[in-house]
Design a protein around this ligand. Structure first.
Ligand code: PHE
Length: 454
């Protein structure tokens, strides 16, 4: 890319906007919908500890690596690796990233569609007077049906495409800045209520008291996959976002802030959900419906519950939106910068294609539920392939690239903003990206898919 076209690229206008957009990508359904349900499936406390270790030792260095690559190259993922290395090999990260974007956005759109239905259910006061069983049935009747979930998924994809079309400053930054803090407040309110429920403390124990006998290879690979998924790592989202960063953004601080905000929201979501699950005697391991079958139980009990239920699902949908636009942006930036396609055409085309694969994920809850591979339906297959295979492998390659290929001076320049701030310890960073992160990812991966036994 020439200097002139670089100068014309869109960019984030403020530092807060940068953090809000990166945090907006990280914070989403992964925190509020997925984290509680896979923690529930994997026995709670022990899963949580492994997940936190992965966030710090692997997630953070990989995030910093993506930021370094993106800001240095000022391009989409493909272009970035092309301009930073002479060999074509590293472009595989871009290919895997676009593939992962397809898989993730497919099932993400399904769940985002559910949140839209739940906004409507909240507005029409449909949780009122229902017991836990009825609330569970309400979810399963809806999610296994055909037309409504499909239509809602399509609406969600349409909105995502609309925002991506409007570009970075007017679109992504504007919407994320206000919404995330609001979401935080509502979740804290739900936490307080949930903790005051009779039997609620058992939920906290479940989440925070580790039972190490529950650690299985599946638990470990789920924790690794989720640490990538929740931080939006391994597929070039953050490479792409960092390509819009200005030179005064501190990459280390931004990484720590984003990872901390993301982890706090996930924990607070868990603290809201598990006490409800235990107080109402439902199952923590029910799977993808967890947030939809647990939280509606408490809205009736809390002051202002009606209003809060509306806000909660509305903000959940919006949190999903700020993540989904970042996923679509990977595909759009690639198509519009690497091919001659206009941004508009790239957006419409990719949104349409993803809506089609997404329909398969949605229908796999109902009419296509008998179609299974390794006992997983299409929804779970998409999630598994993206979160547990493509993202960790992408993350491994990204850290190897920064650790072994990228010039040390580039890393130092980017981390120190060309000497204007101090780098905490370049040695630790290099050790993490050269050895610790890639080797741990490889071991967990091979162990998780059963190739090696520890
Ligand atoms: N991190 C987002 C979430 O937690 C999901 C996501 C995954 C976004 C991968 C971008 C890339 O909901």
């Amino acid at each position: 890319m020439t200097e002139i076209s670089k100068a014309k690229r869109d960019g984030f206008s403020s530092k807060f906007g940068v953090i809000a957009a990166a945090a907006g990508s990280a914070i989403g359904l992964g925190n509020i919908w997925k984290f509680p349900y896979i923690a529930g499936e994997n026995g709670g406390g022990a899963f949580l500890i492994i997940y936190l270790v992965f966030i710090v030792l692997i997630g953070l260095p990989v995030m910093m690596s993506e930021f370094i690559i993106g800001r240095k190259a000022q391009q989409n993922v493909f272009g970035a690796f092309r301009s930073l290395s002479k060999t074509g090999f590293w472009r595989i990260i871009g290919v895997m990233g676009v593939l992962a974007a397809f898989f993730i956005l497919s099932f993400y759109g399904t769940v985002a569609g559910w949140t839209i239905e739940y906004i409507y259910l909240a507005i029409s006061d449909s949780f009122a007077g229902k017991d836990a069983t009825e609330i569970t049935t309400m979810f399963s009747d809806f999610s296994t049906s055909t037309f409504k979930p499909l239509a809602l998924q399509l609406i969600f994809m349409g909105i995502t495409a609309f925002i991506v079309l409007r570009g970075i400053k007017k679109g992504i930054e504007k919407y994320t800045k206000i919404l995330m803090p609001l979401l935080l407040l509502i979740i804290i309110y739900l936490d307080i209520t949930a903790l005051s429920l009779d039997g609620g403390m058992d939920g906290l124990k479940f989440l925070f008291q580790p039972d190490f006998s529950k650690i299985t290879p599946k638990c470990i690979i789920d924790a690794l996959g989720h640490s990538f998924f929740t931080l939006s790592l391994g597929m070039g989202v953050l490479v792409t976002y960092a390509s819009y960063f200005k030179s005064d953004i501190n990459l280390t601080k931004t990484s720590i802030n984003v990872a901390a905000a993301d982890t706090i929201i996930a924990l607070l979501a868990g603290i809201a959900i598990f006490p409800v699950v235990f107080a109402f005697n439902t199952e923590p391991g029910v799977g993808p419906g967890l947030v939809f079958v647990s939280l509606p139980n408490i809205f009736e009990l809390i002051p202002g519950g009606y209003i809060f239920s509306i806000f909660f699902f509305l903000l959940l949908a919006l949190a999903a939106l700020t993540s989904s636009i970042s996923i679509l942006e990977v595909v759009v930036a690639y198509l519009s910068e690497e091919t001659k396609m206009s941004r508009k055409k790239a957006t419409l085309l990719s949104a349409l294609a993803i809506s089609i694969t997404g329909a398969l994920a949605t229908l796999s809850m109902g009419v296509l539920s008998d179609f299974k591979i390794f006992d997983k339906n299409i929804f779970d297959i998409f999630d598994y392939l993206a979160s547990n295979v493509l993202l960790p492998l992408g993350g491994m390659l990204i850290s190897l690239f920064v650790g072994w290929v990228l010039k040390r001076s580039i890393i130092e320049d980017e981390l120190s903003n060309y000497g204007t701030n101090k780098i905490v310890s370049i040695k630790i960073f290099i050790f993490l990206v050269r050895y610790l992160a890639p080797i741990s990812i490889l071991i967990v991966f091979l162990h998780g898919v059963g190739i090696i036994k520890l």
